[in-house]
Design a binder for this molecule. Structure first.
Ligand code: BTN
Length: 278
């Protein structure tokens, strides 16, 4: 995909409530929100935080071809990608329009992202709690969720067009190009993601199609002995035990050898721990 082709989808529109330097893109008709694209920015998360409060419609998104200061989940983590190689986007949602307990929204986002990869892209990915999307143990995408002033900011980074990666990733990555053998347009993928996400909100939240059941299907590592890193990413505390799953409050349940069950709201699985369920 050349960056040139993006100009077919995204144009400067005077008087639109676009954030600085972003162009309005064509979107699918099935949802009523706007997508904006810029070739380069610091971070779409930062841009969305400045922009969303006054102007953004529910479900609107900012897409970048390149980020100079992309943020990963956890303190001091970065998300880096060469220009045009990844989906780098932040979507904003009014929390009052999403009928879910706010603390469960990040978990729901993980489930909805797996549904998108499976149903729309046809890739059998799984969910490594909280928000890593893995294909055969390799990371295809990561999601970041914040709630500010009643607005959810959903940041997604998905590897699209990389034909190879360097060795210095914490979790080995994989791209859609490597899986599917063709290139993908970030704006098209963002459109499809948003369409699928709205469908998940309608089906799984509003029509009660039980997203928790999907979570149980998608979650990786359940029943396995795992190394879990609790606490903040810069000061992790390791624990080894059997991963029992996620409880109704969204907490990770780890049972240690002494049969005690430990619950964690934050933390992450150490690399290579999210495998098919045992
Ligand atoms: C993770 O650490 O796995 C989540 C990474 C999320 C990265 C995306 S890229 C678009 C958006 N802008 C950012 O600065 N971060 C998120």
């Amino acid at each position: 995909m050349s960056l040139f082709s993006l100009f077919a989808y995204c144009v400067i529109m005077p008087n639109m409530k676009a954030p600085l330097n972003y162009k309005l893109c064509q979107t699918n008709a099935s949802f009523n929100s706007d997508l904006y694209y810029t070739d380069t920015t610091g971070s779409t998360m930062q841009d969305a935080q400045r922009w969303a409060v006054n102007s953004a419609a529910h479900g609107s998104g900012l897409i970048a071809g390149f980020q100079q200061n992309g943020r990963g989940r956890g303190a001091n983590r970065k998300w880096e990608s060469d220009p045009g190689k990844s989906l780098l986007a932040t979507f904003v949602f009014q929390s009052e329009l999403i009928p879910i307990e706010p603390s469960l929204f990040p978990l729901f986002v993980g489930v909805a992202t797996v549904s998108f990869c499976r149903n729309k892209l046809g890739i059998p990915v799984g969910l490594c709690w909280p928000n890593d999307i893995l294909y055969k143990g390799k990371k295809l995408a990561g999601v970041l969720c914040n709630l500010n002033n009643g607005i959810f900011h959903l940041g997604i980074g998905m590897n699209l067009n990389q034909s190879e990666f360097s060795d210095d990733y914490r979790r080995p990555p994989v791209s859609l190009f490597q899986i599917k053998g063709r290139e993908f347009d970030p704006v098209e993928v963002a459109n499809d993601f948003l369409d699928s996400f709205f469908n998940s909100i309608t089906m799984d939240l509003m029509l009660g199609k039980k997203w928790r059941t999907l979570l149980d299907q998608y979650l990786l590592g359940v029943g396995r002995t795992v190394h879990f890193l609790s606490g903040e990413a810069d000061q992790p505390k390791g624990i080894i035990g059997t991963f029992l799953g996620i409880d109704e409050n969204g907490l990770v349940q780890i049972q240690t050898e002494d049969k005690k069950v430990h619950s964690f709201a934050t933390g992450e699985f150490a690399p290579y721990q999210c495998k098919k369920n045992g």
